[in-house]
Design a protein around this ligand. Sequence first.
Ligand code: ATP
Ligand code: MG
Length: 405
Amino acid sequence: MQYTEIMVRYGELSTKGKNRKGFIDRLGSNVRKALHEFETVKIQANRDRLHVSLNGADSDAVMTRLKMVFGIQNFSPSIKVARTFEATAQTAEQMVREQLKPKMTFKVNTRRSDHEFPIDTNEMNTRLGGYILDQFPELTVDVHHPDLTIRVEIRGNGIFLTSEVVQGAGGLPVGTGGKGMLMLSGGIDSPVAGYLGMKRGVSMEMVHFFSPPYTSQQALAKAKELTGKLARYSGSIQFLQVPFTEIQETIKEKVPEGYLMTVQRRLMLRLTAALAIKRHGLAIFNGESLGQVASQTMESMLAINDVTTMPILRPVVSLDKTEIIKIAKDIDTYELSILPFEDCCTIFAPPSPKTKPNLERTRLYEARLDIDGLMQRALDGVQVSEIKAGEDFLNQQEDVFAELL
Ligand code: ATP
Ligand code: MG
């Protein structure tokens, strides 16, 4: 069917009282960003619904994008007809015909926002239901559990019909929850943590530590490409790359092997907290899951968290690896995450890190380092770039390699 508009129903934001307007405005601008490539599309974010007028744009392509916008409960592709019973009946008939199955049940569900219109909801339900029964005598009406619901909405500018409800992404509009800093590795867990944070309305910046020449350009490109995947949920994302080589080399030299990892993590956290303060972030997100590896015991968390009072949110803390992988596959980050480019932690990981580091000892070992100097130099080397939805970095790498060959 040639749809004319997508009618979008809000999710949880409808319960937000006074803030409602802010939520709706934000959702409107997020939808606009998500659909910016469709030049003919017009978006109107009203109090109770958001309307996407297609003006000829491909409805399937638009709906694929809409499915990624948080704050949408569901939406319905609709057809606009003239404000007459005849036009409504004709389109309803066509809708039924396209979805006709043996022994099908149906109902008509009318909503009238224009009370001037002479046919009221009840009358439209019965008249249109009767008309459909006349055309398809094999159908029956079932008002409780119909196989097909024809929804009719009578508005001032036309009558809109739909028979489909498509599930949206749920959550809250990105940006309504403030800014968070995601510690993004190239692994499976942190992109999932980022996705889950964004789902609750957080506008996320990525903080990625890399250690050239120990880590490759490909590892960096992979982290950027993962960012591009996550940016599909928000339009674009700021990517902060933090040079970590000097810190890792110094720690390796000065700290006993069992504590390498704990002290490295403390430095990562100190740097992320410093960046958060500078860039007005309110919390740090990471991909830690309890008990998964040595750095993810509660003892480790205690010894690492010690360096900041900023909230550290761990969206995947209690998920099993299989559950995290399932989400990673759903959001299409899994295949990228399993590419074998070593990141800075794997390279400097001791063979047997302490799973229960002692806090006092951690502090003592860390005191051997010139923390301020190390941090200052790392922060001076931070590079910020804006990454757009679906941007490609690994293929660009191949092109570079091809040129070299
Ligand atoms: P992931 O799959 O997210 O890499 P992981 O199970 O491999 O997680 P760790 O390597 O212990 O776990 O890392 C724990 C968390 O520390 C990661 O989820 C991420 O948030 C952060 N982290 C690890 N390495 C980096 C890095 N190079 N840059 C930024 N953050 C990192
Ligand atoms: Mg990792």
